[in-house]
Design a protein around this ligand. Structure first.
Ligand SMILES: [Mg+2]
Length: 248
């Protein structure tokens, strides 16, 4: 059985709107025995919340193991599970992490830090995090996406703050998202065998496929890309064009 890994934001949906031709194509591919899994960098919703959103939009049952997000990857990182962690992010990320790490502490008590997306960024706090990193402590981020698509247009993503921190500290913040190594390790360790990746971002979806040495399909329904579309094996405009590619 072939497995297709689909990105979510900008590929399957935008905000709460399913994108055109996704439902028909999803049903068709499932009916002919294509396994479909979902790989997202969106960490503002938990895997369980994404599962119910997909079930509502696609009107089908979704197995939670067919969804991989940076929050799944986070649970496999020892420094974030077994040490005192400071969370820079929204309260739902904090609630999720508290389920397996009870040592959520203020920044001055922390041994490691996790950087998520926040609606409002306090730059004094960003400077404090930079000093934390410069003192030799370990920082992780959920992803490095500079923007993400919504039904109201693109919004600044997680990666904007991470980029500032990397420039301030002249270090790399380790990412739990696509296309970075911890995400790839997670797919390998949990035996996700993928044949194709479809997504709207070159820097995450297409580069992930290239690192996995599999074919990639760039769909032009989501963000504006700053990296070249030539990195993708195929480029399509509408979701149903995928069918032709899978039957080449
Ligand atoms: Mg996307």
């Amino acid at each position: 059985m072939k497995t297709l890994a689909a990105d979510l934001d900008g590929t399957i949906y935008k905000g709460n709107l399913l994108l055109p031709k996704v439902k028909e194509t999803y049903d068709f591919l499932k009916n002919i025995g294509i396994n479909i899994i979902f790989l997202t960098n969106n960490s503002s919703q938990t895997p369980a919340e994404i599962k119910s959103k997909l079930e509502k939009l696609l009107k089908v049952e979704i197995n939670i193991h067919s969804i991989v997000t940076p929050l799944n990857v986070l649970q496999t990182v020892d420094e974030l599970v077994n040490s005192k962690v400071y969370i820079f992010g929204s309260s739902n990320i904090e609630n999720y992490i508290k389920e397996f790490n009870k040592n959520i502490v203020p920044i001055d008590k922390a041994e490691s830090i996790i950087i998520g997306r926040k609606e409002d960024v306090d730059f004094n706090l960003v400077n404090e995090i930079a000093s934390f990193i410069l003192s030799g402590k370990k920082a992780f981020c959920l992803n490095k996406d500079l923007t993400f698509p919504t039904e109201k247009g693109e919004k600044p993503g997680n990666g904007a703050v991470v980029k500032i921190l990397e420039e301030l500290t002249n270090t790399k913040v380790e990412s739990l998202g696509k296309p970075d190594q911890l995400f790839i390790n997670y797919l390998k360790n949990y035996n996700y065998e993928i044949n194709y990746v479809i997504g709207d971002r070159v820097d995450t979806d297409i580069i992930l496929a290239n690192k996995l040495k599999i074919e990639s399909i760039l769909i032009r329904s989501g963000v504006t890309n700053f990296m070249n579309a030539e990195n993708a094996t195929y480029v399509i405009d509408e979701f149903d064009e995928l069918i032709k590619i899978l039957f080449k």
